[in-house]
Write a protein that binds this ligand. Structure first.
Ligand code: HEC
Ligand code: HEC
Length: 468
């Protein structure tokens, strides 16, 4: 799919993130209702749209006008009508997101694994969550937090970005897509997966449709999608996916940009000394070098940093031996080359790579990396700093020999990243010492949404330094 649309995409469409693909096929209706400005996506679009209708994103408007053909009479809708549709779908999408009756067990809602109190990420410290009919089926990957997804571009094997380097000729390699392996490009296609996965909600389109018809919000659902939405299970299921997608684009919930670091970039907050040291170590190419993948600066167009370049990268994260799938010594989760993702199967250069996650709200998580192996930010940052200088701290040692990269068969080791801080060998000084690791973690904690500049205790620990 991305192959077809890639050539058509404008810079603007790109920035509409995973809506980019739809951005090029936006209906006449949209042009007619003057939502063109909303095509910029992201924060700008949100702001532009908000100036007309508060709490409405360009992405949402676009989604409803481009995608809603089945439910909404095509063409001729005014901006106000599109706005009304978005509002209704968002309200219904929210109900669906929190409704456990959509799962076979009756116990699992999207929100069970994507909790609003945890930036729509996992509410607990389990490496992976449980689901299925008996709620005992263990997944194989950590649940993401699903904020800021509007920034994720569609998956491509060759990414050319003009925003960061100012040079579109650079091929940044495999980039984008949703899920750890980038295997799906839109939130509506994504939503199908947890709903039907045997180790998650374990349902079927028919059962989901039946649950919605029986739900207390059935009338509201019909009102949002039209009289005929219950005519077929297929139409109902499609509308469920669309409502979830539209809900996941609610700006104030899913991309508010209200962290302390955002306030700092706007010159409205000061970082503490530790946070500022952490930021410098995060950016310094010879120290953490974190910002080379987790972008910390505004893009050239001024939009807020996503803390990811969305590249798919092999870090050589240790095998998580507590996962049921890993009891089979021959099983490997190889990310983009499978087994969950199937289209790049057999292409060795894609084995072991996973999409770089955003670090916004990362401090609200209690489990890290695709297999949930670590449970504190200190452990994660230490892994970066000492993977190569002290591998025995992270990988099993058998008969005195460190089993480095124990979750990636040797034939794929050429795919492993060797940029700083991964450019060292045993005996070298780690890229960050323990106090520097603490500083980086202090900085990561400034990426949590909901910072309140006026709160007195925030003033108390704020220090001298500001961004201006
Ligand atoms: C049992 C736990 C569980 C439930 C329930 C669940 N998810 Fe997820 N979610 C996950 C996991 C695990 C991943 C990562 C999967 C992967 O990479 O293969 C994920 C990934 C996602 C992503 C992609 C995020 C990204 O950064 O690429 C989205 C979007 C998402 N889920 C939305 C939903 C929606 C909508 C629902 C309800 C229909 C839902 N999830 C239900 C566990 C869950
Ligand atoms: C070469 C690119 C690259 C660099 C450099 C890099 N990261 Fe990452 N980061 C990734 C990728 C890819 C993942 C996911 C890896 C996986 O799960 O297999 C990740 C995951 C993480 C996570 C876990 C997030 C989550 O939701 O589970 C944290 C925290 C993190 N990185 C912080 C840092 C810090 C701090 C630095 C600097 C010391 C850094 N990263 C440097 C690419 C990078």
């Amino acid at each position: 799919m991305w192959r077809e649309v890639a050539g058509l995409r404008t810079r603007q469409a790109w920035r509409a993130g995973w809506l980019g693909a739809l951005g090029v096929s936006v209906s006449v209706m949209l042009a007619a209702c003057d939502a063109g400005s909303a095509q910029g996506g992201g924060a700008q679009a949100a702001t532009a749209a908000q100036s007309v209708h508060p709490a409405m994103s360009g992405a949402q408007m676009q989604k409803v006008s481009a995608d809603g053909a089945a439910a909404i009479p095509a063409g001729g809708q005014t901006r106000a009508q599109v706005y009304e549709s978005v509002k209704k779908m968002t309200a219904v999408g929210k109900q669906l997101f929190f409704d456990p009756s959509l799962s076979l067990s009756g116990k699992l809602a999207c929100a069970s694994c994507h909790s609003p109190q945890h930036a729509f990420g996992p509410p607990n410290a389990l490496s992976v969550q449980f689901g299925g009919q008996d709620m005992r089926q263990q997944g194989m990957r950590a649940a993401h937090d699903i904020k800021y997804l509007q920034k994720v571009p569609s998956f491509t094997e060759h990414y050319h970005d003009s925003d960061d380097e100012g040079d579109e000729s650079v091929d940044a390699g495999p980039t984008g897509g949703l899920m750890w392996d980038g295997r799906v490009n839109s939130a509506h296609d994504q939503a199908r997966m947890p709903l039907t996965s045997t180790f998650e909600m374990g349902s079927t389109p028919q059962k989901v449709a039946a649950a919605v018809k029986a739900a207390p919000y059935a009338n509201q659902f019909r009102d949002a999608f039209g009289e005929r939405v219950f005519d077929s299970d297929d139409a109902t299921f499609k509308a469920v996916l669309q409502a979830l997608e539209v809900f996941e684009e609610t700006p104030e919930l899913f991309y508010p940009y209200t962290s302390k670091y955002d306030a700092f970039l706007a010159g409205k907050a000061q970082l503490t000394k530790a946070e500022l040291r952490g930021l410098q170590l995060f950016n310094d190419e010879t120290k953490g070098n974190c910002a080379s993948c987790h972008i910390s600066q505004r893009a050239l167009d001024g939009s807020a940093p996503a803390f990811s370049d969305f590249g798919l990268i092999a870090l050589g994260v240790p095998r998580n031996r507590t996962l049921a799938v890993n009891h089979d010594p021959h099983f490997y989760d190889l990310g983009a080359c499978g087994p969950e993702r199937t289209d790049l199967k057999g292409q060795d250069e894609y084995c072991g790579i996973f999409r770089t996650p955003t670090l916004r709200n990362v401090a609200l998580r209690k489990t890290f990396f695709h297999n949930g192996i670590y449970h504190s930010l200190e452990e994660v940052v230490r892994f970066y700093a000492e993977r190569d200088t002290n591998p025995e701290k992270f990988y099993p040692v058998v008969k005195g020999k460190v089993q480095k990269f124990d979750d990636l068969p040797k034939k794929y080791w050429a795919n492993l990243n060797t940029d700083p801080p991964f450019d060292r060998k045993p005996g070298d000084k780690p890229a960050l010492d323990e106090s520097e690791i603490r500083d980086v973690v202090a900085f990561l904690k400034t990426l949590t949404d909901g910072y309140q500049p006026e709160a007195p205790q925030q003033h108390a620990d704020a220090h001298i330094v500001s961004s201006k």
